[in-house]
Design a protein around this ligand. Sequence first.
Ligand SMILES: CCCCCCCCCCCCCCCCC(=O)SCCNC(=O)CCNC(=O)[C@H](O)C(C)(C)COP(=O)(O)OP(=O)(O)OC[C@H]1O[C@@H](n2cnc3c(N)ncnc32)[C@H](O)[C@@H]1OP(=O)(O)O
Ligand SMILES: CCCCCCCC/C=C\CCCCCCCC(=O)OC[C@@H](O)COP(=O)(O)O
Length: 271
Amino acid sequence: MDVVWMLLLLLLFPLLMWTSSTFVFYFKKFFYVAWMMFLAIVGIPICLLKSGGRDVENMRIIRSMVRHVKYLFGLRIEVSGWEHLQTEGPYVIISNHQSSLDVLGMMEILPDRCTTIAKKELVYAGTVGLICWLAGIVFINRKKTSDAKSVMADAAKTMLDEQIRLWVFPEGTRNQNGDLLPFKKGAFHLAVQAQVPIIPVVFSSYSSFYLRKEKQFKSGVIRLRILPKIETKGLTSDEVSCLSDQSHSLMRTAFLEISGLVAKSNGPLKH
Ligand SMILES: CCCCCCCCCCCCCCCCC(=O)SCCNC(=O)CCNC(=O)[C@H](O)C(C)(C)COP(=O)(O)OP(=O)(O)OC[C@H]1O[C@@H](n2cnc3c(N)ncnc32)[C@H](O)[C@@H]1OP(=O)(O)O
Ligand SMILES: CCCCCCCC/C=C\CCCCCCCC(=O)OC[C@@H](O)COP(=O)(O)O
């Protein structure tokens, strides 16, 4: 009896994969999470053996272990502007954030000694949470601005003391609305406090292959554009808003361009 069920399931699976794009969507999502969890199980002891604990150097291990994942999902990643990452010392990378798939593009270009700022909930994501902690990811509580601010002020000091680069998603949440959300200020305060440059990175829209609401997940291309660095030397907290607006405008132009989209309006974004 068990064998009959097994055979039925084995027949049903390719049938569903062939006929239902919703089934493909859920299967790929499940497989993505499960595969990352599995990679983390393998990666955790390697991190522990190599560095003995929480250390930004563990990001190298994650980076090399994640690079093949794009092939499993038929995704091609095209990077332009590599030369802009040839910057010595610490800096803040800012990028738009569409989905947990961003990790794939991130690992494609992640510089050495670069970790990221993430919501604190991620630390509870099983083995993925643990490997993120081991790789020095800075966790913030987005609901408590004062806590988040003080964690980020500490991070500004650590960046300089330990020569660390930080990747921040200034939209503050995942967004697939075909445009960029207004930016939160943390990334810019961080760069100004540490007096380090900002390097904007833009991911093209995933809408041609990944649509969360419509439950679609096909093969596709992710274009990543690294933009020239923006210096913050001599800037003070008074100039943070201006810095944020300037970055937003540069990134929005690049986003629309590499996504083949036209701006919905010429005026400021309203949400
Ligand atoms: C081998 C196995 C592998 C397995 C897989 C491994 C995965 C590998 C790793 C990859 C991990 C990727 C993880 C991705 C996770 C991404 C995320 O979690 S995104 C969400 C979290 N990130 C953020 O939220 C960052 C962006 N947010 C901010 O910077 C916010 O500003 C904030 C600090 C959270 C505060 O939020 P909020 O109060 O809502 O926002 P504001 O309007 O910006 O600020 C209010 C006020 O405070 C001032 N201010 C903000 N920050 C500071 C500061 N640091 N210092 C001083 N003042 C600050 C700001 O200026 C505002 O005041 P104003 O007067 O209005 O200007
Ligand atoms: C036992 C716990 C089970 C938890 C399972 C979930 C684990 C996720 C596992 C694998 C995914 C791989 C890479 C994950 C890293 C990316 C995380 C991410 O993108 O978080 C979203 C966050 O930026 C914004 O969140 P919101 O849109 O504000 O919400």
